[in-house]
Write a protein that binds this ligand. Sequence first.
Ligand code: NAD
Length: 476
Amino acid sequence: MTQYPSLHMVIDGERVSGGGRRTFDVVNPVTGETLAELPLADPADLDRALEVAQRGYKIWRYTPAAQRAAVLHKAAALIRERADDLARVATMEEGKPVGETRMECMASAGWFDFAAGECQRIYGRELVRPVGQRSTVRWEPVGPIAAFAPWNFPLGNPSRKLGAAVAAGCSIILKSAEETPASALGILQCLYDAGLPKEVAQAVFGVPDEVSRHLLGSPIIKKLSFTGSTVVGKHLAKLAADNMIRTTMELGGHGPVLVFDDADMEKVLATAAPGKTRNAGQVCVSPTRFIVQENVFGKFRDGMAERLGATKVGDGLDPETQMGPMANPRRPDAMEKFVANAKSKGAKVNTGGERIGNQGYFFQPTVLSEIPLDAEVMNEEPFGPLALINPYASEEQMIAEANRLPYGLAGYAWTNDVQRQRRLADEVQVGMMGLNTHMIAGPDAPFQGVQWSGHGSEDGPEGVKACMVVKAIHEA
Ligand code: NAD
């Protein structure tokens, strides 16, 4: 039986807690009960972590790529070995079903393995010069990284950031979400047990604004990697600008899904419904705005309402559960407000729309339809199990709706017309496009948004390169 662990920070390889530090209560979203107390960093902790990260960078940047790769492959193997425990702990603190946290373990191991391979394929080039002269171009690790990972993928978000940084030869100070610290600590432990020098990766927790101001105010930090909301991303980008710190920003989305009348409706529904309830909709690439051709609108709306209404909601540790609670009390509060606002504007509620019970943070999988475009939920990321379904007359109108918002993370389209697929791939403004699929991520594929959904990539060769800078060297 997996026990929720006691919590600490990791600075210079030491477990840091107590000492009169402030604490944060980590809560089980099924019951609202406290699982454990998390120590929060004070300025001296952060200064120490910065000094260690500076040392870590000096050690790791000159460690041969094959050695860095060996650590990552070993850590990936340990994640797979420990997947049962890691998954259960992640479910305890975040709420999603244990099948989903298990898949997150496998994805995390996959990212480590891919980054390990990739760091051995970072090639420079030699330029053509007159006899006796040399000019070369090479890639170097950017330097110590400050990484901020949110709670929605408690294992995956830290793994993406740690894997790319370690592969590239950087050191990293990770501040994962205070709501889900044990998952991040479990991944970090796999890296240590695989032989990563303690100076290379550290974990701190704290009051987010204090930690980000402190780390980004230091000349030691050379890159910021942030995943979270667009509002916070904009704030951090401004802080980073003061020290001209490079940034990778994975921010919010408002996933458009264009459904055409020539699509295989059974397949669309069988993909879209579990896609919507995955992690209770708390996924940046969640399918959100269903933009449906009007002659199949009724069929799609009713099919979604039937499937979402039949979703088994419960404790994520129960193997029968298809959707767990939301991760924190802010989310069901936000869902209630979105639904009330949409109803007040005239939207229809086809299923769900309410909290479940009075314990924990459960909310019903919900279908809203015929929602006026000035409803809040049509403009702000719901980040919850709300499917928003509206009818449209033409492809042109559907593309215009997909591009209406300043977000551009993932977009999806269902059509069997190949020419139309190509037009959509050209015209829909997103960083990732799924055509007849909702699988838009993988260790070898870059993951990114455009516009307010951020910039820079994680995963794929691009994710490792995002932790590096290029240098040209000219010899006469
Ligand atoms: P939030 O905007 O307060 O926080 C989002 C994340 O940013 C959290 O992990 C938080 O710890 C971190 N954060 C907040 N302020 C910070 C600061 N000053 N410095 C560093 N990190 C900071 O909101 P929330 O209630 O935790 O989440 C709600 C919204 O966040 C959602 O509606 C969604 O839009 C967005 N979100 C996006 C993702 C994603 O994968 N892109 C993940 C989680 C949350």
